[in-house]
Design a protein around this ligand. Sequence first.
Ligand SMILES: Cc1cc2nc3c(=O)[nH]c(=O)nc-3n(C[C@H](O)[C@H](O)[C@H](O)COP(=O)(O)OP(=O)(O)OC[C@H]3O[C@@H](n4cnc5c(N)ncnc54)[C@H](O)[C@@H]3O)c2cc1C
Length: 478
Amino acid sequence: MSEKELIADLVGIVGDAHVARDEASRQFVAADFFMSGPVPMCVVAPGTTDELALVVRATAKAGHAVIARGGGLSYTGGYVPTRPGSVTIDTRRLDRIIDISPANMTVTAECGVTWETLIAALAPHRLRPPSFGPTTGRYSTLGGGLSNNAMFFGAANRGTAIDSVIGLDVVLADGSVVRTGSGAVRAGAPFFRGNGPDLTGLFLADAGAMGIKAAATLKLDPVPGGIAYASFSFARYEDMIAAAADVARTCLASECLGVSPYVAGAPGAATAPSLHVTVEGWSQRIAEEHAEAVIAVVAGRGTSIDPVLPKFVRGQPFGFVAHPLDPKGRLQIWTHGAFPFATAASAYRAVGAYLDGQAATLRQHAIDASISIAIAGTMMIVEPVLYWSDVPSEIHRRGMGPLPATVSSTANAAATSAAREIRSGFKDVLRRVGAAHMQHGKFYTLDQTLQPATLALLRSVKQTLDPDGIVNPGALGL
Ligand SMILES: Cc1cc2nc3c(=O)[nH]c(=O)nc-3n(C[C@H](O)[C@H](O)[C@H](O)COP(=O)(O)OP(=O)(O)OC[C@H]3O[C@@H](n4cnc5c(N)ncnc54)[C@H](O)[C@@H]3O)c2cc1C
């Protein structure tokens, strides 16, 4: 079948208005913040699960790759095509909230809905998923978050986005729609994930390699009635990390984020590392008691400071990160490794030593660095960030809100290229210290990191679900 015939089929399924063939639309989805690939054949936006299934079936039958893209706000190549002639699926018309059940404490929604829309729909019921989205949730989607294992709001004591999932509707490579969890019981309902082996888990944190998520059921928590904040400053990053682990072990924090500017060659020379904690409770009194407990746990390691940052964050969740540039209008790129509490400090040290080795390059290109940390359940994320000046790309301009006036109009390809090299080095350093990852995409890739028997099992699952390798080829390294 020719590309022309396939496009005619796709137009027949979703309508002409929902198959973008123009160069600009196709180029836009061929690149994320840091990686790019061959421009896809077209961008298709199905409006229902049935349409999604028909699109996947038609594309697979024609032998073309099919790739899901939500808000496009990831930076590990997850939706970047690896083959010419791919079909990109824009999931954002699949945005219905199908069912809110305060009785069962569940919500079922289509996966193109944004986190912000989902949380707003739940607000009148005073309910929310335990882990309730990334900072980009105004623009990023439920499906992107579940594929990338997103974390931020509620994550410190409730884990990542995938920990909230009860079941999924997934479109497989052959166009069939598979339901997982107790919702797959004949005449059953979606209220419970563990009805037999965890088939739901096969499709979570998968970078969209296993199938395309059409809908998800999440469990819900009551929205706590009280909120309080605590922030701390430290003399040394080791104290910040130890304090974060102590806070995590209280299980009281909804968010726990550490910020540590890094001067290569002079660890600890920049602004003091700081830790920012949000705690909640059934009532304001309980939230304040929780905050006191957190302050008591950190006492001795750090100094309490005004909690401006966590208050600012919760003052406008999903709005406080307005655009993808840093406060000075520079480009920024994040790399991360996930570690158990006990090894996070050595991972931080390894990243710092690597940055020290890059000091001349950083200076030459005026690239700044910081190393953030964050807690999600039993995991501490160590996240080096690079900041430099260059002209923003299309996804910078169009992916989130308007860019600040300070944005650069002077091209600086040499700095971007140096940042790319350094970032690749971060990945190697993090790998050497045993990092796990959240958003694998096509950057971290499980084929480089898993033990052979585990990788063989994963490959055989992929082979079963997608024998011709047409669903997001290259994602996870498969
Ligand atoms: C400024 C900034 C701040 C950020 N902050 C955070 C943060 O706080 N926490 C965090 O975790 N991340 C953060 N991120 C990263 C990113 O926003 C998240 O990973 C987000 O969840 C991506 O969602 P998306 O809808 O944009 O997905 P996309 O980028 O469109 O896709 C991500 C991956 O999911 C796959 N995919 C998308 N939809 C589906 C579907 N329906 N079925 C199957 N596969 C699918 C894609 O193929 C791709 O592999 C940040 C990014 C930026 C730029």
